[in-house]
Design a protein around this ligand. Structure first.
Ligand code: F6P
Length: 324
């Protein structure tokens, strides 16, 4: 049994991270361990920026977006020297294991420390939902609901003006958010990194829908898609091909990351965070804790890092079929 563990959040913040921190801290304390919060991700791990957390330190955070521990993307930690400094700090403070709450890059950091002999365990958390090892990751549901609220609003104003809106949602390498926002928002088209398309193909889709009497067009574009929102906008502006629609563009960006977590994200984060703390304290290491087919599942780092979970093509087909 480990007696002193630490927890950090890393990479892009995700709504529900606080619920996961709370679950790690209180589970750790309930099992008789001391729990330390590391400030600002791996940068704080290197700097020795740790604080002892009690039950009350994580009170009132379940319902808050963001992360009370702060997050960062640390260039120094990507070097061997940086990771060695982190290990020295952990040793100096007598910490025996670490919970890493984050996405792909963050889990790679946990893997590296684990390879160097320090016990780590991951909690699957990113709004991108691109992490292998969990059907759904912490923050996705909230981000999706924020995107949907924006799309619903855009549809109203688009309809009043007979406009088509290009709406960019987050997702560098993965079109999950864009696809699900398109499906649940009744969008006219989705442009994703995983599916090859062209501005011409999007134009043809819009023209067909306009001819069938649509009064608005919502084209959800993933951040990492080709063509990009800018390329699409440039094409539509110069080519004026949209059969009557005026075109506008909206980028949702970080708005999607700042919301209070939904019930789904609070519950997901609570179960994954608690599971991770319990497993780490009981000697499990080198895995990411996620949820697969409604069960808490651990997946070895080797099967998670450096990989990207794709979208389901049949969901794309469904969104396309219904966009009439
Ligand atoms: O990985 C989460 C994410 O929000 C991506 O969707 C996005 O590409 C990236 O982070 C943005 O990073 P930053 O917050 O550093 O601008």
């Amino acid at each position: 049994m480990l007696k002193r563990i630490a927890v950090l959040t890393s990479g892009g913040d995700a709504p529900g991270m606080n619920a996961a921190i709370r679950a790690v801290v209180r589970t750790g304390l309930s099992l008789g361990a001391e729990v330390f919060g590391v400030q600002h991700g791996y940068a704080g791990l290197i700097a020795g920026n740790y604080r002892n957390m009690g039950d009350r330190d994580v009170g009132g955070i379940l319902q808050q977006g963001g992360t009370i521990l702060g997050s960062a993307r640390s260039a120094e930690f990507r070097t061997l020297e940086g990771r060695q400094k982190a290990l020295d700090q952990l040793a100096a403070q007598g910490i025996e294991g670490l919970v890493v709450i984050g996405g792909n890059g963050s889990q790679t950091g946990g893997y590296e420390l684990n390879q160097m002999g320090f016990p780590t365990i991951g909690v699957a958390s990113t709004i991108d939902n691109d992490l292998v090892g969990s059907d759904i990751t912490i923050g996705v549901d909230t981000a999706l609901n924020i995107a949907l609220e924006a799309i619903d609003r855009l549809k109203v104003t688009a309809s009043s003006h007979r406009r088509a809106f290009l709406v960019e949602v987050m997702g560098r390498d993965c079109g999950y958010l864009a696809l699900m926002a398109a499906l649940a928002g009744g969008a006219e088209a989705a442009v994703l990194p995983e599916i090859k398309t062209t501005a011409e193909a999007v134009k043809e889709q819009l023209i067909g829908q306009f001819a069938r009497g649509k009064t608005n067009g919502i084209i959800v574009v993933a951040e990492g898609a080709t063509p990009t929102l800018e390329e699409l906008m440039a094409y539509f502006k110069t080519d004026s091909p949209t059969a009557g629609y005026e075109i506008r563009a909206t980028t949702l960006g970080h708005v999607q990351r700042g919301g209070a977590p939904t019930a789904f994200d609070r519950i997901l984060a609570t179960t994954l965070g608690s599971g991770a703390a319990e497993k780490l304290i009981n000697g499990e290491r080198g895995v990411v804790v996620g949820r697969i087919e409604n069960k808490l599942i651990t997946t070895p780092y080797q099967d998670v890092i450096g990989r990207t979970k794709g979208i389901k093509p049949e969901i794309y087909e469904l969104a396309q079929r219904l966009a009439r």
